[in-house]
Design a protein around this ligand. Structure first.
Ligand SMILES: CC(C)(COP(=O)(O)OP(=O)(O)OC[C@H]1O[C@@H](n2cnc3c(N)ncnc32)[C@H](O)[C@@H]1OP(=O)(O)O)[C@@H](O)C(=O)NCCC(=O)NCCS
Length: 181
């Protein structure tokens, strides 16, 4: 009998959608802690803030045999209460092992902006870490200003809503596929 080494399981497609199930929301929070506290050290122990009380969490789910398996990416969106139509995205994070593999960052940004667009967004903004500005520019965002946040250089950026058609069913979301190796 010949025994072949087993390759680690690599999901081929991912669903990006609003995080509605409690386990999805818990996993989004855990991934944020992993990326923004442990990896980047921007916060100590916990990155939650007052915005979480009103923000909508979005998740990227890996799939196993067609079923949702794990949260491998997240972002949150919220509308500014005092300025109707102004929406913000924040805490964009993809698990390290999945970065650059399946356009998860781009998919999360797509669901974030397009779902806000469907909810009456007229201006979508984010504070983007300087190293990620080229990614956002490639995805039709413009830099409006520069500033330092949490001790790191950021750009205030705005999405071109024309590139983000309204998404009416973000609970269903979209699917991204692993790039060919
Ligand atoms: C930034 C981040 C979310 C991107 O996620 P990702 O899933 O790797 O991004 P994608 O695969 O969707 O990238 C889309 C495209 O942008 C490119 N890209 C990704 N990150 C980039 C960067 N920092 N600068 C320039 N291009 C970048 C990719 O190569 C890809 O190009 P392609 O489609 O031509 O191959 C991820 O790197 C991350 O979680 N980083 C740590 C946390 C962080 O920095 N959060 C953002 C705060 S603003």
């Amino acid at each position: 009998m010949i025994l072949e080494p087993v390759q680690p399981f690599r999901p081929s497609h991912f669903r990006v959608k609003f995080a509605v199930a409690p386990w999805e929301r818990r996993a989004c929070a855990a991934l944020r802690r992993q990326v923004f506290c442990t990896e980047q050290g921007l916060f100590v122990e916990d990155d939650r803030d007052a915005i979480d009380a009103q923000a909508i969490p979005i998740c990227a789910l890996s799939t196993l045999a067609g079923d949702a398996d794990a949260v491998v990416g997240t972002v949150r969106i919220h509308e500014v209460a005092e300025r109707r139509g102004e929406w913000w995205g924040s805490r964009l994070a993809v698990a390290r092992a999945f970065r650059g593999t399946a356009a998860l960052g781009a998919g999360l940004i797509q669901v974030a902006v397009s779902s806000a667009h469907a909810r009456g967004c007229t201006r979508f903004l984010a504070h983007v870490q300087e190293r990620n500005v080229p990614l956002f520019q490639a995805l039709h965002w413009a830099s409006l200003d520069t500033l330092v946040l949490h001790g790191h250089p950021h750009h205030l950026m705005q999405a071109d809503l024309a590139a983000y058609p309204p998404m009416d069913d973000p609970e269903h979301g979209l699917v991204t596929f692993r790039r060919a190796a």
